[in-house]
Each structure stands twice: as C-alpha cells, then as structure tokens.
Design a protein. Structure first.
Length: 69
C-alpha cells in the first residue's frame, strides 16, 4: 500500500471533477467545479466563453488544484 501509482491493472472508473454548462441566451459555456460533498459550484477563475474547447483546455492544463487536488 506504500506505492500510490496506478499499475494499469483493474477497471477504469469515472469521477467527475468539473461540469460545463451552456447558456442558450448568451451562447456561452462556463465551468463548474465539484466539492468534496459532490456539489457543483461556479468556477470564477475563468470567464464564460463561446469557445468550449478553451474551457476544456483550461481544466486539463491549468494545474488548478480545485480540479486535480
């Protein structure tokens, strides 16, 4: 149990870390982050945008511990 790295054995699991929300009236997407109680909250460090890929890239590359611990 001392090694916390995944060895590639076992089934994949899904654990949502973020949610993207689209507002039809503005045509914009925004990020919501999930807390430890599984509740989602508006992510205020990245403004809503019409470019959904920019938000996906931000979640993936920002290194923000709100997503990745």
């Amino acid at each position: 149990m001392g090694d916390s790295t995944w060895d590639g054995v076992g089934e994949h699991t899904r654990f949502p870390i973020a949610r993207l929300r689209y507002t039809k009236s503005t045509g914009q997407w925004e990020i919501y982050w999930r807390d430890r109680h599984l509740k989602f909250h508006e992510y205020k460090r990245k403004r809503p945008t019409k470019n959904v890929q920019a938000l996906l890239d931000h979640i993936e590359t920002s290194g923000d511990p709100i997503f990745w611990g």
